[in-house]
Design a protein around this ligand. Sequence first.
Ligand SMILES: Cc1cc2nc3c(=O)[nH]c(=O)nc-3n(C[C@H](O)[C@H](O)[C@H](O)COP(=O)(O)O)c2cc1C
Length: 322
Amino acid sequence: MKLYLAPMEGLTGHVYRNCVNEFTHGLIDKFYTPFIEPRPKKGMYKSQKFDLERDNNKGINLIPQILTKNPEDFLKLAKEIHETYGYEEINLNFGCPSKTVVARNKGAGMLEDTDDLKAFLDEIFKGDRDYDISIKTRLGMYDIEEMYRILEIYNQYPIKELSVHVRLQNEYYKAKAHMDLFPEISKLSNHVLSYNGDIYKAKDVSKLLDIMDGDKVDSIMLGRGFIGNPFLAEDIDAFLKTKEIRDYDKFDEEKMRRLRPFLDKIYEGYANLMDENTAVYRMKEIWAFMFSYVSDDKKKLKAIQKSKNRLQYENALRSIFD
Ligand SMILES: Cc1cc2nc3c(=O)[nH]c(=O)nc-3n(C[C@H](O)[C@H](O)[C@H](O)COP(=O)(O)O)c2cc1C
């Protein structure tokens, strides 16, 4: 079983990806860029181009992700990314639940009208392409029943891989993921699937394998569970190799010792790219997911959350690590 890191806007850019690749010793088989929305007149932002540069992603298996409802815009941008940077697979985002995105029929909004979805897929798959197209999808907008028609439509196209985030659009990120539906999804789909949703511990993988009842899970895409606990990939790897389930709610001393240089390296990467205060802000985004593994001390958490510059951030870190 392979492990992927989910695309996460503001979190999984190249600085973070490189640090993760080193930290996990290559346990993450695929990384995805946060979504790129085509801007037909102006083109990609400088920062998006920089994030795609091969030199900034050495040794990383990176899949660029595009968010659009317009087939021509998709094909134009996918071709540009393929030809400029040499990426062989481009991922389509049919999962973003944000109201502003869905209101423009993009992201998970693509799943609302299945005739439009089909028309879009007809267009992008009709010609010859020299790159593959994969899709990251939710199960539907409002009702689990929608997933049957959506999967039936996907089955009609040569999609390289289908990552399934087992939630509906109207469940955003809060509702419990519908892991129990994955065996049925696997039976209904004729594509290579990647499971995504609420994998926080090795025992969640164990549960997924149990409900699959012997059917193969090709890959798991890790999301917030990994951002909060970067040891998750090695925990899952250990479970897959030895069936050992590492279950803990706090990082032990050894983990804390390993965590510090990992976080410092991410911070330095950000500080080289942007002003210090923005770099601190970026670190706080990671800490929001990670803090509960580190301490129950609310004062320490507040110190991180309130830090606005390097000095304050480093002082807050010292109170946690020293
Ligand atoms: C802050 C944040 C940003 C995200 N950005 C993207 C994105 O750019 N593209 C995408 O397909 N999904 C995005 N997602 C969704 C994740 O890739 C993933 O599907 C979701 O977090 C569910 O997995 P989890 O329950 O393991 O976290 C984002 C999620 C979060 C919380």
